[in-house]
Write a protein that binds this ligand. Structure first.
Ligand code: HEM
Length: 494
């Protein structure tokens, strides 16, 4: 998944890891290595010598790219002072597996951290995430050069090597993915805090890069340090020029290993459709909110791109159900449903806004965007294998290494996950959560149905939806700027 190339930015491109800006779509091979620090001095030596790929725009994408991120536990293992770590956001410091957070994220039952293969408790939480990207055929030699480095071998213990596969921009259920991404205002062209009427895809730079104004026109919390020898190379904070900004040009990276039961998904759809494959595919599309080819279900102008739409003409979800995955993950119709004229805007400004049932969820979409950078793992299943119940009786695990970037984990990723995807009261839809990614744990309210209204306002309810996606691991990381990375590499030696 990646964004369109950006030509001009106000960020310091040389100080920013390229994943934020490019997504490395052309580098179709990738492996994520999860490490724990074995020897802090050797680990820091490796970090100091690692040649991270920056966000500098080159005429051609590079052949390989290397990106590095840290958990709070990892920063501590490297020797970063507690006072500095505590300057990062609470959710980063306390981690994704903190019990009350797990409840809010829906990580319960089969998804609970105690069952994860990594990241579920302090003993299995990685310290460092190293992401390797390469053009086809180049990944192995690129990785080998790095993992055979003496400082790497002395400094780290490898706890997981998460391989990925190139499914040609489809996710394992077979739907085109990576279409919708926010358009980041890299050049700070617009007043981030200005009110906006109607949905548009722009997002303030500070929503995705720390150290710049966010959608509120404010700066998201991050460690601001005193000037001194240890912080000499760090950039100054734009909002506090006397302080050194450890967060600037960095961001938070959320990683979740999501297992997908592909055979179970298609078997369920075919059962519902009584064996009619076209109907099964149609039901899958309404659950996702797009066709397998990625076209939105709502009507768009003939020349519109696959991402150029909102739900204004489909207020009741007759075309794209309100509970469909993409409609929960980004309800789109921004501040005011139905684009009111100046009288409506004046009324709203005076506090006499509409009181329709959808207002609470549509008023704040611009504050809850995420930049998705995930990749799939394991090969795709053929229709024959699906018919036979999967390969090797489902022993092979396949799914999505979900990765998203955001400057405020609680307001962005966690909000999308808990207030929209897992919420079994979302938009007047009691008893159901996200049909695709929901934890369909049987609760008093159900949480395993899916409502599909039609044009006549009649509701069809699909019930007994099994769980198709299971969380297998996860962690919250900080993806630093390159100067912050040098600070981490030198910490303790100054
Ligand atoms: C295995 C799990 C998942 C699968 C199979 C999946 C699949 C998809 C697909 C097929 C799309 C449509 C393509 C596109 O618009 O780019 C999509 C969009 C999206 N997904 Fe997921 N997804 C998964 C997990 C998640 C999670 C965990 C989140 C966040 C909590 C998420 C958030 C989004 C968002 C924000 C969009 C774009 C919506 C829009 O702007 O229209 N997805 N996903």
């Amino acid at each position: 998944m990646g964004g369109a190339p950006v030509t001009r930015t106000v960020i310091d491109d040389e100080d920013t890891q390229g994943l934020l800006r490019f997504g490395y779509r052309d580098l179709r091979e990738a492996t994520y290595v999860l490490l724990r620090v074995r020897n802090a001095a050797a680990a820091r030596a490796w970090l100091g010598s690692a040649r991270l790929t920056s966000a500098v725009l080159c005429p051609d994408a590079p052949d390989t790219a290397l990106q590095v991120a840290f958990t709070a536990q990892g920063l501590s293992a490297l020797g970063v002072p507690v006072a500095v770590i505590n300057g990062f956001s609470h959710e980063f410091v306390s981690g994704v597996n903190e019990p009350s957070r797990s409840r809010r994220l829906g990580d319960v039952g089969p998804d609970e951290p105690g069952r994860w293969t990594w990241g579920g408790n302090p003993g299995t939480t990685p310290h460092v995430l190293v992401m390797f990207f390469a053009r086809p055929g180049k990944l192995q030699s690129f990785m080998q050069r790095i993992v055979e480095d003496v400082a790497w071998m002395d400094g780290f213990e490898e706890i997981r090597r998460l391989t990925t596969t190139d499914l040609d921009d489809n996710e394992p259920f077979g739907f085109k993915d990576g279409i919708s991404q926010p358009e980041i205002d890299w050049a700070l062209r617009t007043d981030a805090a200005a009110s906006r009427i109607g949905y548009d895809n722009r997002a303030a730079l500070g929503e995705f890069v720390l150290g710049y104004p966010n959608e509120y026109g404010k700066y998201t919390e991050r460690p601001l340090l005193d000037p001194g020898p240890a912080t000499r190379t760090l950039p100054s904070a734009l909002d506090a020029p006397r302080r050194k900004d450890l967060g600037r040009n960095g961001t938070y990276l959320v990683m979740r290993q999501l297992r997908q039961d592909v055979a179970g998904f298609w078997r369920f759809l075919e059962d519902q459709a009584k064996g009619d494959r076209a109907l099964a595919e149609r039901l899958g599309s309404v659950m996702v909110g797009r066709t397998k080819a990625g076209d939105p279900l709502v009507t768009t102008a003939p020349s519109a791109s696959q991402n150029d739409f909102d739900f204004d003409d489909d207020p009741l979800g007759a075309t794209c159900p309100i509970g469909a995955h993409i409609r929960r993950a980004n309800p789109r119709n921004a501040d005011y449903v139905g684009h009111p004229g100046w009288v409506g805007r004046l009324f709203a400004a005076l506090g006499f806004g509409r009181t329709g049932f959808r207002d609470d969820l549509t008023s704040s979409v611009r504050f809850h965007r995420i930049l998705r950078r995930g990749r799939e793992y394991e090969r795709a299943l053929s229709p024959e294998e699906i018919g036979a119940g999967g390969d090797a009786g489902e022993r092979v695990e396949r799914g999505l290494h979900f990765v998203c970037l955001n400057a405020n984990i609680s307001r962005q990723f966690e909000f999308v996950q808990n207030a929209w995807a897992m919420n079994d009261r979302f938009s007047g839809l009691p008893g159901e959560n996200d049909p695709l990614i929901g934890n369909h744990v049987a609760t008093a309210s159900g949480a395993n149905t899916f409502t599909v209204p039609n044009e006549n306002g009649m509701r069809q309810r699909v019930s007994g939806i099994p769980q198709f996606v299971t969380v297998r691991g996860g962690a919250y990381f900080f993806l630093p700027g390159l100067r912050a990375m040098r600070y981490f590499a030198a910490v303790g030696s100054a």
